[in-house]
Design a protein. Sequence first.
Length: 116
Amino acid sequence: MTDSLSARHRKIIEAVRAIPRGRVSSYGQVAQRAGLPGRARLVGKVLRDLDEGQKVPWHRVVRAGGGLAFPPDSEAYAEQVQRLQRDGVNVVRGRVPRLHWEPIDDMDAQIWGQPF
DNA sequence: CCGATGACTCTGC
DNA sequence: CGCAGAGCCATCG
């Protein structure tokens, strides 16, 4: 009843919701954090099927390398840029600067610490 | 089962 | 930087 979504989908949603404001993560990283290494495409599918009432910060998920997953002339692209800027994340030439990427390991976290 | 698709990623040229 | 190829895997016809 309540769960028309599989457990994997929920883990992915949680992983996306866990991305802090001012930071972005990649599809692959979200998949890994959800315990689904190699399922980046699945993450994309889940995000695509999101409802508006889900309250998921989908805009904080970008491609590996920091680029947005939408064509620059699309509305989705424009909206993602808007939302990111509202988060304090600047988008330069279609991609998010490194400082906003989620640290991969503890050492990175120690070096970079907080993005601001 | 097969083939096509896709909000992906990595490697190589 | 861009493009092709291959790997990946859920979903659909």
